[in-house]
Design a protein around this ligand. Structure first.
Ligand SMILES: *Cc1c(COP(=O)(O)O)cnc(C)c1O
Length: 377
């Protein structure tokens, strides 16, 4: 099956009792055993649930993995993934990772004896220098947030395989429609399904897709042990979102390139970050690695930030991204505040940086909204 067909059909099973074409929401905590010692396929929803299973199977099919797991949030998925490691282990992480990932790793997981090196993953030698005997995991995010830096996943997986290191890609920004990290040798793919995978700004969720039976077994053991799995209703919403993923991603991307090209020529804009622009540092790798460039555009402006933000009508001032509604945010004081001044400085997230999540509205309306607000600021 091709991707669009999988988006609609993978994982879904019509209701066995009624034939309902929409996967039922199995809103139950437990399942009755057939007999002593004879549970059915599912026994307790923390461990597994048929609605969640439908979503998990769909995600595995879309990413090209052997199994998928759905979590209560992207951070729940990240928390579960980092439990692959134990005290004394070392992780190499992209320095411009999601703010919450940075906080979890640097402020919480270090208390349990994990060691992290935050590094721009754009140079083979630099990465090799950072590899230590106790390095167990390389954590990538491409395109990254909010600067849309591109990481060459083939290069990462080559280094990792030579040193027996596990690799993970947070694929939230691309969605499996535009990028499938497993095709480049990555071991684990992670999502905040809150963003493009669900796509409607109405649920919080996360996912991990694995590539081997051993990894799948370990992720499920940790999901069950930590209690990080997704609730049936939330899983159902994400499953519904998946059906339109290809259509939404195409529109996000065509709107985004139009906005990026408009901003690039604006006198009050000093720099635009969008991997679809030939001027973007990672454009060539992105072109090779991705089927499209996504829906997030960031830019630096010398206009008055407050006046600009207040001048927008269509773009809502809000964190998060990946929904039908266009959003705007100030990375330094919003999404990346938890990174601290030092972390932001190292990652190049300056105070004049604005991040746009380009929605599904009409292209001309979006550009007109930006144009009005910039002219006033
Ligand atoms: C939002 C986000 C997360 C965290 O996901 P939540 O669903 O908010 O917990 C992780 N990684 C990336 C890239 C994100 O954008």
């Amino acid at each position: 099956m091709k991707f669009n067909t999988k988006s609609v059909h993978s994982g879904r099973q019509p209701c066995p009792a009624t034939g309902a074409i929409s996967t039922p929401i199995w809103q139950t905590s437990n399942f009755i055993f057939d007999d002593l010692g004879k549970p059915k396929e599912h026994d307790y929803t923390r461990t597994s649930n048929p609605t969640r299973k439908a979503l998990e199977d769909a995600l595995a099919a879309l990413e090209g993995g052997n199994a998928g797991f759905a979590f209560a949030s992207g951070m729940a998925a990240i928390t579960t993934a980092i439990h692959f490691l134990k005290a004394g282990d070392h992780v190499i992480v992209c320095d411009d990772c999601y703010g919450g990932t940075y906080r979890l790793f640097s402020e919480i997981m270090t208390k349990f004896g994990l060691e992290f090196t935050f590094l721009r993953l754009d140079n083979e030698e630099k990465i090799l220098d950072a590899v230590k005997p106790n390095t167990k995991l390389i954590w990538t995010e491409t395109p990254s947030n909010p600067l849309l830096n591109i990481t060459d996943l083939e290069m990462i997986s080559k280094i990792a395989k030579e040193h027996d290191i596990l690799t993970l890609t947070d694929n939230t920004f691309s969605s499996p429609y535009f990028l499938r990290p497993i095709e480049f040798g990555i071991d684990l793919v992670l999502h905040s399904t809150t963003k493009y995978v669900n796509g409607h700004c109405d649920v919080i969720g996360g996912a991990i897709v694995t590539t081997t039976d051993k990894l799948a077994e370990d992720v499920h053991f940790q999901l069950n042990g930590l209690g990080t799995g997704e609730a049936p209703f939330d899983a159902w919403l994400v499953l519904r979102g998946l059906k339109t993923l290809p259509l939404r991603m195409e529109k996000h991307a065509s709107n985004a390139i139009a906005v990026a090209e408009y901003l690039q020529d604006h006198p009050k804009v000093s720099k635009v970050f969008y991997p679809g622009l030939p001027s973007h540092k990672g454009h060539e790798i992105a072109k090779r690695q991705m089927k499209g460039f996504g829906g997030v555009v960031s830019f630096k402006t010398n206009s008055n930030i407050g006046t600009f933000l207040r001048g927008l009508n269509l773009f809502a001032l809000a964190e998060s991204l990946g929904g039908a509604d266009s959003l705007v945010e100030h990375a330094a004081s919003m999404s990346h505040a938890s990174m601290g001044e030092e972390g932001r400085k190292n990652a190049g997230i300056t105070d004049d940086l604005i991040r746009l999540s380009i929605g599904l509205e009409d292209t001309d309306d979006l550009i007109e909204d930006l144009d009005k607000a910039l002219s006033r600021a």
